[in-house]
Design a binder for this molecule. Sequence first.
Ligand SMILES: [Zn+2]
Length: 92
Amino acid sequence: MKKCDLDPSHWEAMAADRTKWRRTIKDKVCEFESRRREQLDARRDELKARPPAAIQYTYIGGVLTCSECGRTFTAKIGFVSHWRTHQRSSQN
Ligand SMILES: [Zn+2]
């Protein structure tokens, strides 16, 4: 009820008039739902707006290959881990 901007302290008085109560609940829930969807859309847009990862996968002959040392990988996660070691060594 609080998320729908309904004061829970005197809902019983408001619910005495059943027709008005049902109309109020329906409207408030619709407002809440549209607000919730807008927030989810904004959150999704924020996530999708992130810059792409700095890692570029280079496939040579269909095999994932490190562009710096030529090592080949079967799994992307192995390549990512290896790529981080190159970045760490270049920073030092
Ligand atoms: Zn490498």
